[in-house]
Design a protein around this ligand. Structure first.
Ligand SMILES: Cc1cc2nc3c(=O)[nH]c(=O)nc-3n(C[C@H](O)[C@H](O)[C@H](O)COP(=O)(O)OP(=O)(O)OC[C@H]3O[C@@H](n4cnc5c(N)ncnc54)[C@H](O)[C@@H]3O)c2cc1C
Length: 556
């Protein structure tokens, strides 16, 4: 190689070894605002640990080396094991040690879910495959804790901070993780079409033993210690705890067929599985499977929104960093007027996502408050829908800021872009979330009142905001009067989007900096969200918006 071609200049250095938390003012403020101010220092420490170059490398390595299924041993006997790269195990070890999977259940206290939401958002900036078993375990605790039958030993192991990947009976383990199995070939959203059968092995009822026969078409993190699985029992669709090992220490008849070849999320294994008279314990009454597993689903949906907010932030931070270090046409990209607009617009989307998801997390801290419960019921599908839908566009635009390098797998954005559509699909795709919003509104009419109170809580008024909120509340009231449900369903996306935007606007009006608030009202609320980023009006304080996601920090 000659000396000229080896010379590299005008390439910004890596954005690693920085504090993921304290470099994110929008998140720092949201943490305090939503009731977890006392977690500031622990999050600063976590932000430093997670922002290390080592963590970025572990995330890359785990995704470059996807897991391998070992369905059989060399003699042809079933093994049903998945082998992971050491980077996966190291990430899992750290995630569990930080308590990011089930921390709020292990140490319940005011602000616990908000603090975890902030911490989990930081983790989402680094690696997303590991969040699959962590999220499912977070939700599984909620589902198991509701059960009359005693799952105390499972709960104790789920709350442990020891990651124990050994494929051995759970009674010998220091910690456990759980997954879920709902989706079958013929239907995922419509779980009532499930064909997997469950028959009682003896007397039927909650906590009793059943045998499951059938399949699941998507079955992620199959090396978990147990799964909550839907199957048709004599009394209807029911939920079962299906462990990897039986009480007699033999391996359960849960046969992994193959692993999915996924667009992203490649560090994590997602399998297809066959149940061959597999052992399972009934949760809740027969026929009550959907409500039982939805206790889990509501937490996984919260995590989908948190995860997408984290993904967006990391991609936008990388874009800002690049633009601050790369010159074109005589000045830094970050000084070019049009690029300033693009970066500020991306940052605004991040700030609004953080505000919404952190407000939602607060409703998870007020578990026994009636208004918070209604708000949680409404805003969970709203936030999952809207934030997860915004993520691919944000990640794609951030990628383009890096030019050709953005598209290359060596860089920080390509893998995150491939990851970005997933949160919108699993645990209820976009339309399903919007239909769930309609359900939340119709099942408890007071939900509309709780939303109205939230939207009225911002101090001072803005005529654009007032107009949009009044129109939304009027349309939601009309929705309740519709005779043909199809009329409501047709509008479900539009209404969900407006609830999301009005809530984000309310939060920015009440707590956001004036520049962010003004830009949001003029470009998101009054005119509807722009199709592309970089269309903020003249007079916007672009720098102020951009600094909300990444203040000026050193490039290396
Ligand atoms: C990487 C990955 C991991 C996964 N891991 C798991 C797992 O561990 N466990 C598990 O159980 N599942 C898992 N899933 C499955 C996922 O939850 C389902 O794919 C998802 O719920 C959609 O179900 P489906 O694929 O059957 O699509 P369908 O249900 O056929 O839906 C297809 C489309 O139709 C829309 N739609 C459905 N009904 C309506 C309606 N009434 N009105 C309007 N539109 C409608 C949906 O929004 C969707 O866009 C995983 C999926 C992926 C991609």
């Amino acid at each position: 190689m000659n000396a000229v071609s080896a010379e590299v200049h005008n390439q910004p250095g890596e954005l690693t070894n920085y504090n993921l938390f304290s470099s994110h003012p929008a998140l720092v403020e949201a943490l305090a605002r939503e009731g977890a101010a006392s977690d500031h220092e622990p999050l600063v420490a976590l932000g430093a640990r997670l922002g290390s170059a080592e963590m970025f490398s572990l995330g890359d390595a785990a995704n470059r080396n996807p897991p391998q299924l070992q369905a059989f041993d060399r003699h042809g006997a079933r093994r049903d094991e998945v082998q992971f790269h050491p980077a996966w195990h190291e990430l899992m070890r750290r995630l569990v040690a930080e308590g990011l999977h089930t921390g709020p259940w292990a140490q319940p206290r005011a602000g616990a879910h908000v603090a975890r939401a902030a911490a989990y958002m930081l983790w989402a900036e680094i690696e997303n495959g590991t969040q699959c078993p962590a999220t499912m375990s977070y939700g599984a605790v909620a589902a198991l804790a509701q059960q009359p039958a005693d799952f105390g030993e499972w709960l104790r192991l789920l709350l442990s901070r020891d990651y124990d990947p050994r494929f051995i009976p759970v009674t010998d383990k220091r910690g456990a993780l759980m997954g879920m199995g709902m989706t079958e070939r013929q239907g995922g959203s419509d779980v009532r079409s499930n064909t997997t059968r469950a028959l009682p092995a003896g007397a039927p009822g909650p906590g009793r033993e059943y045998r499951l026969t059938g399949h699941k078409w998507f079955f992620s993190a199959p090396m978990c210690d147990a799964f909550l699985v839907l199957a048709q029992a004599p009394g209807g669709l029911s939920c079962f705890l299906v462990p990897r090992f039986l009480p007699d220490r033999s391996v359960n008849r849960l046969h992994l067929q193959r692993l999915k070849d996924k667009l992203g999320n490649r560090s994590n294994a997602s399998s297809e599985v066959q149940f061959d008279s597999a052992f399972g314990l009934l949760l809740a009454e027969e026929g009550r499977g959907v409500p039982a597993i939805l206790e889990m689903g509501v937490y996984t949906r919260l995590d989908n929104a948190i995860g997408s907010a984290g993904l967006m932030r990391q991609c936008v931070a990388q874009a800002i960093h690049h633009a601050r270090g790369r010159r074109a046409f005589g000045r830094l990209l970050s000084e070019q007027p049009l690029m300033r607009n693009v970066l500020a617009d991306l940052a605004l989307e991040c700030e609004a996502a953080v505000a919404l998801v952190m407000r939602l997390a607060r409703a998870f801290d007020a578990q026994h408050d009636e208004s918070a419960t209604l708000l949680r019921r409404l805003l969970t599908p709203v936030a999952k829908y809207w934030i997860c839908k915004r993520a691919p566009g944000v990640c794609a635009e951030a990628m383009e800021v890096l030019g050709g390098n953005g598209y290359i797998e060596d860089g920080p954005i390509a893998r995150r872009f491939r990851e970005s559509p997933l949160n919108s699909i699993w645990e209820g795709a976009g339309n399903i979330m919007c239909l769930d919003v309609l359900r939340a509104l119709s099942r408890a009419p007071r939900t509309r009142e709780v939303l109205r109170e939230l939207l009225a809580s911002r101090p001072g008024g803005d005529p654009r905001y007032d107009r949009c909120v009044a129109a939304l509340l009027r349309d939601l009231a009309e929705l309740a009067q519709l005779h043909d449900p199809a009329d409501g369903e047709l509008r479900a996306r539009e209404l969900t989007q407006r609830i999301a935007l009005c809530t984000q606007a309310a939060l920015l009006l009440a707590h956001g900096p004036a520049a962010s608030c003004e830009a949001f009202l003029s470009t998101r609320l009054a005119a509807g969200p722009p199709a592309v980023f970089g269309t903020l009006p003249r007079g916007t304080d672009f720098e102020a918006l951009t600094r909300r996601v990444l203040p000026g920090i050193s490039a290396d």
